[in-house]
Design a binder for this molecule. Structure first.
Ligand SMILES: [Zn+2]
Length: 853
């Protein structure tokens, strides 16, 4: 029999946490794979938890057909309840055995065991294991797994080390106790890209990247990234790999980027497959970072896991922080920091400022899949960075050593995490903990005074109310400050001020004249700095600041100020900005990647939020027009220099996806984008025709579409790449993101009718509807066509794939920013989604939270 459908959405609270009633020592699973009738036999040794307050026995299970169940060899008839089953059990340790049937071929939610292009694979985080068998599917129940897979498929993989294999079967044993969310199984006709790694203690590890036949030429870069990650984690954190084998498998249909299952990482193929011809420099950088991220989870997530899903940031914040350190070490630290802050502001600040705001450690949820958010991940990582800044590097690594020593094998909490820092440093971190508990981005305002050689900075902090949290207490904010003299020389080097009060002053003595402050260097805290500054000072800092982040930030502030004037007052492009950015462009002493970032303008979404912060209602069309006008002004103002830059930064050596070459290409392509505004697309066409790598080809195609000359190249590109699904994803997304805003919804609608469009593949769905949602002027078209198109497709996708549907609903999270007409149009679409019969728990929660604001 099938269990009943889920009940009405129910909220789960952190404060209700109870230890598990039963613990598990060992799990034996046997899978007989068949597309629509896979049999899963489980044998689980349970024992009562001495710390439990109840003897109730409950196993989660969803979409399972129970064939039989036994306790200590005797058949039992469990009682099915919503979301699982209960049963009378002995008061002493006992063996539970069950056989269930599941249907991977019809599992379109891509959660549990499912099929993708004839291959079996799993995704169990957060609560997918309960779709495989009845189990106490919660992260604080950790067990040793032994898995037997029976199938005629040539490659059969699970976690841990291989035990034995033969005709039609394979057995795996994972000696490390793990929660069920780290379980993985793969069966398919796959090809391995093999390699080996020797750990620092001399242990030999077999490495494989498994892919579909035809993709074997796209594995070398991922393998190098894996080996670099393994070395880096040994050198920087002293963490060594702990199994005989490490496998990565590429899967086309995957909701997330990748998953850190113990010894068997499963990757969205877009996050591992790479070749110069088919991947851009950005793809390569992202792949390197994601491989590192999942590998680093082996210690921060797997060996030490989370007690419950409220603690998700314990593993994610720390691991994102570690992968950012890795990328900074492999590439450029300032460039990585700037890229991360752009992403943080675009995704996390936006979230923190809207109806979906929640603390880094949430205190309640309906569907945990909805909390794999920028707040948990990216703000979670910022918290680790602040902690490191506050305690210093030496104590940070001492605390981490203590964390690994003390909690290895544990399902831990944020309290455990902070305790190791308190024990190592003697600091009281109770105020710091507010960063985990309070949602919202703090606003930091600054007053300054200068008298008798003393310069005083007075900061005030406040955090706006967020859903469910009206009052916020002051937080600990590390503010990195440097002071510059009028000649541009630094008179006070970077100093970290530790702000703990609502309002607090810091004095600098012995100065001969009033300095220019460089505040929040390196973006030392995830706050919004509200400081009255003028363009002269911004231009001065852009020219002279020794802190690369604040140097870039000054240019960005200058651009933003000019754009706001253009939007609100129809001002002409700001000449100070054009001059300042021309100086940066010309300065060959500066890193080309840094210059490319400085040439890039704030996004439409960034400007919309800036206008809201200034008390205005943003007009998406006016913002788009201002950006277009400014880009044209830049193209004209710099037209003598741009061809020189474009020519100078062409890479003539063989393609390498390294920081140096990709920096040169990013600057040359930034120049090309401006040149294309005045040359009718001639330079872009030449680059398109001669490109031998995807970075150059795609950049040129984007410029041609923007210049209105892209039709032929768009058709050619499709013919060239129609067999490569990852390149065709780019082709879908680029046509929408580069379309004129008034046409973007039609372009997206037409592409949903294309023979290659399928909503069953999350990458393709995001490349189409996600690309529209991320093009503000097109998405927010005044007649609501963008809203209606997205809602139509979310309603269609929800019964197939609730996770991806729910995540994409965040396209509507900024709706309260806009005018009443647009708000009414969006409200109507949100209500239409909510009124859909049998809407998933995931989507119901997301749309309800957005609509309630
Ligand atoms: Zn992760």
């Amino acid at each position: 029999m099938k269990d009943a459908s889920p009940t009405a959405p129910q909220k789960i609270y952190l404060s209700d946490y109870q230890v598990p009633n039963y613990l598990i020592d060992e799990v034996h699973l046997t899978f007989q794979l068949a597309p629509e009738a896979t049999r899963v036999r489980s044998r689980i040794t349970f024992r009562p938890n001495p710390d439990a307050t109840s003897a109730d026995f409950f196993l989660y299970g969803e979409q399972l057909t129970l064939i039989s169940a036994q306790i200590d060899g005797a058949p039992v008839t469990p009682t099915h309840v919503n979301g699982g089953l209960t049963c009378d059990v002995p008061s002493a340790p006992f063996v539970w055995e069950a056989e269930v049937e599941i249907s991977p071929a019809t599992n379109t939610a891509l959660e549990g065991l499912y099929m993708s292009n004839g291959m079996y694979c799993t995704q169990c985080e957060a609560e997918g294991f309960r779709k495989i068998t009845y189990y106490p599917d919660r992260p604080d129940v950790m067990a040793v797994f032994t898995v037997r897979i029976e199938s005629d498929l040539p490659v059969l993989l699970s976690n841990g080390n291989p035990v034995t294999s033969g005709d039609g079967f394979a057995e795996w044993h994972d000696p490390w106790p793990k929660p069920a969310y780290l379980f993985a199984l793969v069966g398919g006709d796959l090809i391995a890209h093999p390699d080996r790694f020797t750990t620092k203690s001399g242990k030999d590890v077999e490495l494989n990247i498994y892919v579909r036949p035809g993709d074997e030429g796209k594995c070398a870069f991922g393998m190098e990234a894996l080996k670099k990650s393994m070395t880096w984690d040994e050198e920087v954190y002293g963490r060594e790999y702990d199994l005989d084998i490490f496998n990565i498998v590429a899967v086309d249909d995957f909701n997330m980027g990748a998953m850190e299952n113990k010894g068997l990482n499963i990757f969205n193929s877009s996050c591992v497959l790479a070749s110069p011809e088919t991947s851009t420099d950005m793809n390569f950088e992202r792949i390197e970072a994601i491989i590192a991220h999942e590998y680093f989870h082996n210690w921060t997530g797997n060996r030490i896991t989370c007690r419950d899903w409220f603690q998700l940031c314990l593993k994610e914040g720390l691991t994102v922080y570690r992968d950012a350190q890795f990328t900074a070490d492999m590439r450029s630290e300032p460039v990585k920091r700037i890229e991360d802050v752009i992403a943080l502001r675009a995704r996390q600040f936006r979230e923190d400022n809207g109806p979906l705001a929640h603390p880094v450690r949430p205190d309640s949820f309906v569907e945990i899949n909805n909390f794999y958010t920028a707040t948990v991940y990216e703000k979670g990582a910022e918290l680790i960075g602040m902690l490191k800044t506050l305690v210093g590097d030496a104590d940070y690594y001492k605390a981490l050593d203590l964390y690994f020593d003390r909690h290895d094998g544990d399902a831990a909490t944020i309290e455990d995490w902070l305790q190791v820092f308190e024990d190592v440093t003697g600091r009281d971190l109770s105020q710091f903990k507010r960063w985990y508990e309070q949602a919202g981005t703090p606003r930091l305002s600054v007053d300054e005074a200068f008298a008798d050689g003393t310069y005083t900075l007075t900061f005030s902090q406040s955090t706006p109310a967020t859903p469910g949290q009206d009052h916020k207490d002051p937080r600990v904010i590390p503010i990195a400050v440097g002071l510059l003299g009028a000649d541009g020389n630094e008179v006070v080097p970077t100093t970290v001020l530790e702000m703990t009060e609502a309002t607090q002053s810091f004095a600098f003595d012995g100065l001969s004249a009033k300095p220019v402050p460089s505040i929040l260097r390196g973006f030392s805290a995830p706050v919004i700095l509200e400081r009255d500054s003028d363009n002269a000072e911004r231009a001065f800092l852009l020219a002279h600041d020794t802190d690369p982040f604040n140097k870039w930030e000054a240019g960005r502030a200058l651009a933003r100020a000019g754009l706001v004037e253009m939007v609100l007052n129809n001002a002409a492009p700001d000449g100070d900005y054009l001059d300042a950015v021309l100086q940066v462009l010309r300065n060959d002493d500066l890193d080309p990647a840094f210059r490319a970032l400085t040439l890039a303008l704030p996004s439409q979404d960034d400007l919309a939020q800036t206008l809201v912060d200034l008390g205005h209602t943003p007009d998406p069309t006016a913002i788009y027009q201002a950006l277009e006008t400014l880009k044209m002004a830049m193209a004209t103002h710099m037209q003598d220099v741009l061809p020189r830059i474009y020519a100078q930064y062409q890479v003539n050596e063989a393609y390498q996806p390294d920081a140096e070459q990709s920096g040169a290409r990013s600057l040359a392509n930034a120049a090309l984008a401006l040149i294309s505004r005045t040359d009718g697309g001639a330079a872009a066409q030449a680059q398109y025709d001669s490109a031998d790598n995807m970075t150059q080809q795609l950049a040129a195609l984007g410029c041609l579409i923007m210049a209105g000359k892209g039709d032929a190249a768009t058709a050619e590109f499709y013919d060239q790449w129609k067999e490569d699904r990852l390149v065709i994803d780019k082709w879908f997304a680029l046509q929408i993101s580069h379309a004129a805003p008034e046409r973007a919804a039609e372009v997206a609608a037409d592409l949903t009718q294309h023979v290659d469009f399928t909503m069953k593949n999350p990458n393709r769905f995001r490349a189409t509807l996600g690309a529209l949602a991320m093009s503000p002027a097109g998405f927010h078209r005044a007649d609501g066509a963008g809203y209606a198109l997205l809602a139509d497709w979310l309603i269609q996708l929800d019964p197939l794939n609730p996770q991806t549907t729910a995540r994409m609903c965040s396209a509507f999270e900024t709706w309260k920013r806009y005018d009443s007409d647009r708000q009414a149009l969006i409200a109507a679409q949100l209500d239409r989604i909510l009124a859909t019969p049998d809407l998933s728990r995931d989507t119901t929660e997301m749309v309800s939270r957005i609509r309630a604001s």
